[in-house]
Design a protein around this ligand. Structure first.
Ligand SMILES: C[S@@+](CC[C@H](N)C(=O)[O-])C[C@H]1O[C@@H](n2cnc3c(N)ncnc32)[C@H](O)[C@@H]1O
Length: 269
């Protein structure tokens, strides 16, 4: 990343695009803790580079508490990604709804991997101003609900599909069609990892349109998908470095409805 400021003020807008700056900001905030869970220094560098009203954003996102939700979620997906990539060094990684996420830099995968980050065209246009495309790293500007964008992605290598903070914004039909298109395309199989709220939680959050009741619902949709793990977001509460939030998350973990309010899923196919 070089030093010039990039103007996101008009471009980032509201709605779902706004959310990608919120998650970026929360990861940047968390990286400044003395013992961070994720420690995403690339997020901190990106926030430094972006010209945007982050003071107004901070008032909306309440980083002191929400940084942990975002850091725990990203850390779980990073851990699953690292484990998969250690087993499949020649894999393809396909990250859907990448926003300004820096997973590709955090995991720093070397060697024979190919990595594709996908988001809607105007987000990819912003992303290119912050993160350069290089060698085995490609960005695709397309809606995941469109036809055709998968055509250039190699289908004959094991694939890791990461969808962080994306699927709840799709309708159930769009999510189901996407999953079927993905498992149909990648003939060598792989893993699909993502997060999703519980249905009651999705009803409380304005832009959310889809929330699975449980992993079986997804297996019934798509018989190629087999759930390997479904992990409540509170599972790793011990990693939280601030005592009062560690206690709060531990209490939430003890109550089944709250524990399952937000989960991360790992499917194999
Ligand atoms: C909550 S943000 C998450 C961004 C990133 N994964 C992160 O964790 O910081 C949701 C992202 O999904 C993207 N998105 C929403 N609908 C999409 C679609 N139909 N196709 C591609 N990306 C989409 C948004 O543009 C946004 O970048």
């Amino acid at each position: 990343m070089n030093g010039a400021k990039v103007d996101f003020r008009g471009a980032a807008g509201e709605g779902v695009t706004w959310t990608l700056l919120a998650t970026l900001y929360l990861r940047a905030w968390e990286s400044r803790l003395p013992e961070p869970i994720l420690g995403d220094r690339y997020a901190a560098e990106a926030v430094e580079r972006i010209d945007y009203d982050f003071a107004a954003l901070r008032r909306r996102v309440r980083p002191a508490s929400n940084q942990f939700l975002v850091a725990l979620r990203a850390r779980q997906l990073d851990d699953w990604s690292r484990a998969f990539l250690a087993r499949h060094p020649n894999a393809v990684v396909l990250q859907l709804g990448c926003g300004m996420d820096s997973r590709m830099l955090r995991l720093d995968p070397l060697g024979k991997l190919r990595w594709f980050d996908v988001d809607v065209p105007h987000v990819i246009e912003l992303r290119r101003r912050i993160y350069p495309e290089r060698g085995r790293y490609t960005m695709i500007g397309a809606s995941v609900t469109d036809d055709g964008w998968l055509e250039g992605v190699p289908a004959d290598r094991p694939v890791l599909i990461v969808a962080e903070g994306l699927l709840p914004y799709l309708t159930p039909d769009e999510a189901r069609t996407l999953l079927s298109r993905l498992t149909g395309h990648f003939t060598a199989g792989g893993e699909l990892i993502f997060d999703a709220p519980a249905p009651w939680m999705a009803r409380l959050v304005e832009p959310f349109r889809w929330a699975p009741r449980d992993a079986r619902e997804i297996e019934r949709w798509n018989p190629r998908l087999r759930c390997a793990e479904q992990t409540p977001f509170t599972t790793h509460h011990r990693r939280i470095p601030v005592r009062r939030y560690r206690v709060l998350y531990r209490l939430m973990h003890a109550v089944p409805a709250l524990r399952n309010a937000y989960r991360e899923f790992r499917f194999t196919f």
